[in-house]
Design a protein around this ligand. Structure first.
Ligand code: AMP
Ligand code: TRP
Length: 319
């Protein structure tokens, strides 16, 4: 199966992102043809500071590589290194009815949040369609907010195919319905916008602060505690196997340990789980040349696919 994912280079990754999106993507690398890119053209719609855009893109690339994207198994690149996508974006624009974009929720939501109502933001789904269609993508794993964008890509592909014959593969959105939502330090869905995250690459003292902010009840230290309702337990079990989970349940039921102990344990578990990723991340950021080399390797492979597809498109459109 050919699977394509675009990753926004925005800010710090938290464990909700990891268990909800990154881990399944890493695991899918073995049995699928994965194409993964850092969507820095898309990031321009919400940020026009060049230095920040550049830094965010490199940090995101380092983070995903450190977490296990394998540039030999997957094709991994920076969106702006394969410029064919912008050319296709213009071509697809001719097949995109205004009404299709006017119905997009994401544009309205972002403008309501204060982003500039620019043409770039408005036509964002056409660029996303170009990302998807350029590579004959079959499956696009997405969060709920992006489903409509994949449907727009499909609509555009259908329109082009009607005109030119079977040129584009029709993509499908894949939502990880069966994966549980990771809850944050306050018990609501973990999300950057709620400021309730545990961040994978946070400095030690920041992570400690984030963990100590997890809300617990006032059961006294000696008393048995209810693991079922405990937010610390709920997060800690993500890092434990069945045996470890049962042992921790027993410690809750035994009493004699306070929530401070369990927060300390969670801190250790998280650092242990991400130890390799955290050191790899630091290493890649210290060696930007190695990072750029890995991205160039991926871009070269993506470009090979893109240029074959573009040749077919040029013939049809008369360029
Ligand atoms: P976002 O940056 O919030 O759009 O998140 C990127 C992806 O991470 C989403 O598409 C989800 O699949 C996943 N994700 C984000 N937050 C959570 C969460 N709290 N629990 C599970 N998955 C999440
Ligand atoms: N719009 C996606 C997001 O905000 C990122 C993205 C850009 C993307 N191009 C894509 C995702 C193509 C999947 C396929 O998360």
């Amino acid at each position: 199966m050919r699977i394509l994912t675009g990753l926004q280079p925005s800010g710090d990754l938290h464990i909700g992102n990891f268990f909800g999106a990154i881990k399944p993507m890493i695991e899918a690398q073995d049995d699928n043809e994965m194409l993964i890119f850092i969507a820095n053209y898309h990031a321009m719609t919400s940020n026009q500071n060049g230095e920040i855009l550049r830094q965010n893109a490199l940090k995101a690339a380092a983070a995903f590589l450190a977490l296990g994207i394998d540039p030999k198994k997957s094709i991994f690149w920076l969106q702006s290194d394969v410029k064919e996508v912008l050319e296709l974006y213009w071509i697809l624009s001719q097949f995109t009815p205004m009404g299709l974009l006017e119905r997009a929720h994401s544009f309205k939501d972002k403008v309501a949040k204060g982003l500039n109502a620019s043409h770039g933001l408005f036509s964002y789904p056409v660029l996303m369609a170009a990302d998807i269609l350029l590579f004959d993508t079959q499956l696009v794993p997405v969060g709920k907010d992006q489903i409509q964008h994949v449907e727009i890509a499909r609509d555009i592909a259908l329109k082009v195919n009607n005109e030119w014959g079977e040129l584009f593969t029709l993509p499908e959105a894949k939502i990880n319905e069966d994966l549980a939502v990771v809850l944050g330090t306050d018990g609501a869905k973990m999300s950057k916008s709620y400021k309730n995250t545990l961040d994978i690459f946070a400095p030690l003292n920041t992570l400690k602060k984030q963990i100590s902010s997890i809300i617990t009840d006032s059961t006294p230290l000696e008393s048995p505690k209810d693991w079922q309702t405990c937010k610390v337990f709920n997060i800690a079990k993500l890092f434990l196997d069945e045996k470890g989970t049962n042992e921790l349940k027993a410690r809750y039921e035994r009493g004699g340990e306070g929530y401070g102990h369990f927060k300390g344990l969670l801190n250790e578990l998280m650092l242990e789980y991400f130890a390799k990723a955290r050191s790899e991340y630091e290493l890649l950021l210290k060696e930007p040349n190695k990072l750029k080399e890995l991205l160039e390797f991926g871009a070269k492979r993506a470009k090979e696919l893109a240029s074959v597809k573009m040749q077919k498109i040029y013939e049809k459109i008369g360029l």
